[in-house]
Design a protein around this ligand. Structure first.
Ligand SMILES: N[C@H](CCC[C@H](N)C(=O)O)C(=O)O
Length: 259
């Protein structure tokens, strides 16, 4: 089978994007998705995302981790899908689309995408970490020596350990830079390694830092390995709302692969 794909990246979190509006992609073929994401035998990516028709909104995104399994919301992938939909002419400069965690409003100008994330009303405070779900599950913990530690080892120990076990969680290590800026490195579930950026992850970090009173800002800059992201939000007495993840989403190349 010949498969056309597009490669996009959002602050270094990279994806194989496929226009599946004709519904020809074998969606249950876990081995195929894993192969396409393989950085030596396939295209290479942190994940694969299908663009499909949606009954109510402009399009639907279906997200798969590099391990081949369909997974929960991908914030950087959502931003790349908005850029892809704009490139295909499916949308102009604003959209509402459907993902596994519900509908998302987004705007695009040049290659900057502002993506609205789901509201967050449950935040678990633990002794040395915070857990919250921003469309994907995130464990957030401080790491002073953020440049000098084995993120794959320490990230995997947390991701597979209690209370996550096989279902897992994404693990975000944070260092405060200022009241409005934090450095984040993320070990991603389903990639089972560090990614250069994690959209739902930096969203979780921004909200956790505000909740812990590490910041009074409601527009926060997150320095990630692959670049810089902004997260803005409003806080009412019960939840975080109007949460936006903002940053570049870039077309890299188009290709054909036989598989
Ligand atoms: N690996 C995540 C999904 C992708 C999250 C990340 N790439 C993002 O940008 O939000 C999980 O299985 O929970």
């Amino acid at each position: 089978m010949q498969l056309s794909f597009y490669k996009y990246q959002g602050t270094g979190n990279d994806f194989v994007l496929i226009d599946n509006r004709q519904e020809t992609f074998p969606k249950n073929d876990t081995k195929l998705v894993n192969h396409l994401c393989d950085r030596r035998f396939g295209v290479g990516a942190d994940g694969l995302i299908l663009l499909e028709h949606d009954a109510e909104h402009d399009f639907k995104m279906v997200y798969y981790n590099a391990d081949g399994n369909e997974s929960t919301m991908c914030g950087n992938g959502g931003r790349c899908m908005v850029a892809f939909a704009n490139f295909l002419g499916v949308i102009q400069n604003e959209t509402t689309f459907t993902a596994i965690d519900g509908k998302h409003y987004a705007t695009i100008k040049d290659d900057i995408v502002h993506l609205q994330m789901q509201d967050v009303s449950t935040i678990e405070l633990h002794e040395n970490y915070v857990f919250l779900d921003t469309g994907s599950p995130h464990h957030v913990t401080f790491k002073e020596e953020i440049d000098q530690f084995d993120i794959k080892k320490e990230g995997a120990e947390i991701r597979y350990g209690k209370p996550y076990f096989q279902e897992g969680a994404n693990v975000n290590f944070v260092k405060k830079i200022s009241n409005t800026e934090f450095r984040v490195r993320t070990y991603e579930r389903g990639v089972e390694d560090e990614t250069l950026s994690c959209g739902t992850g930096v969203t979780a970090v921004a909200i956790a830092m505000h909740h812990l009173k590490e910041t009074t800002a409601t527009e926060i800059t997150l320095q990630v390995e692959g670049g810089t992201l902004q997260v803005s939000f409003e806080r009412d007495e019960t939840s975080y709302k109007n949460i936006f993840l903002k940053g570049t989403a870039t077309y890299v190349f188009k290709g054909e692969i036989s598989c």
